[in-house]
Ligand binder design. Structure first.
Ligand code: FE2
Length: 260
């Protein structure tokens, strides 16, 4: 079974790249299920119900989120009933939505998608370490194929989580930093891991933001309204190959494709 995880989709350039490249990628690589991080699709910050539906219509089977989950109107009600869009499990338990979804691959095999938020600079309501074991146990009651999106700033947190979960999940995929790391590997217990899958969006930028605006905010410390950049658009992600009977991964390969 092949799982494509698409890294943080940023704004319209990211959505265009996804829409343009995903059908061909699915066919060419024989992708059975596609999971994408969508917390930056609405002009770089958050996601709207309309854009979530749009991604799902474009061939994405499950969407994960992150620290910008609540930025857009309507998304809370949407998450309350969505079966394909998850938010980090360790946001406040008083808010709608879940950190675990079970979706179906092309041949009907169930695939569990788990989403948690790291602690450094992201201020989750609770630690991911308090919820992750319970989520993985719950996921494995439905399927051995479990993919965890750890949305976090610190490489240490992401590597620690993949090491902790080795042998219990198919893959631990890092998101949020928008910079793809070159450490994709399958750990001893059969869990594929990559510290960050990268960004689907404009790379001639500061993490997707018009460079001049990001630099001005950093230099001056004054508020600057960010805009999504437009140049150097790429789809980035990773393809994980696994045995659907056991959930064990056999390979992980990073993907970087220019668009157009
Ligand atoms: Fe983020």
């Amino acid at each position: 079974m092949k799982i494509l995880f698409v890294g943080d989709i940023v704004g319209r350039p990211g959505r265009d790249a996804l829409e343009g490249l995903l059908p061909g990628l699915r066919a060419e690589l024989g992708i059975d299920v596609c999971i994408a991080n969508g917390e930056n699709v609405a002009d770089g910050i958050g996601i709207t119900p309309r854009l979530a539906d749009h991604l799902l219509r474009s061939g994405v089977d499950a969407i994960t989120l992150g620290n910008h989950t609540w930025r857009r109107d309507g998304i809370a009600d949407y998450l309350a009933s969505s079966t394909q869009v998850v938010r980090p499990a360790n946001l406040s338990a008083t808010t709608p939505g879940r950190g675990l979804a079970i979706v179906e691959s092309a041949d009907g095999t169930p695939v569990a998608v788990v989403n948690v938020l790291g602690s450094l600079w992201l201020e989750p309501a609770g630690s991911m370490w308090e919820v992750i074991d319970g989520l993985v146990e719950e996921a494995r009651r439905s399927t051995p194929v479990v993919v965890v999106d750890v949305h976090a700033e610190a490489t240490s947190e992401k590597i620690a989580l993949s090491t902790w979960l080795d042998g219990r999940v198919t893959a631990v995929v890092g998101t949020h930093t928008h910079v793809q790391t070159s450490d994709g590997r399958v750990l001893a217990g059969g869990t594929a891991a990559i510290t960050d899958v990268g960004m689907t969006g404009p790379h001639d930028s500061v993490l997707g933001v018009v460079s001049e605006l990001a630099i001005r905010r950093m230099r001056t410390g004054m508020p600057v309204r960010f805009e999504t950049a437009s140049g150097g658009v790429r789809l980035e992600g990773a393809v994980i190959t696994c045995d659907p009977e056991t959930g064990r991964a056999t390979a992980i390969e990073a993907v970087r494709l220019p668009w157009p």
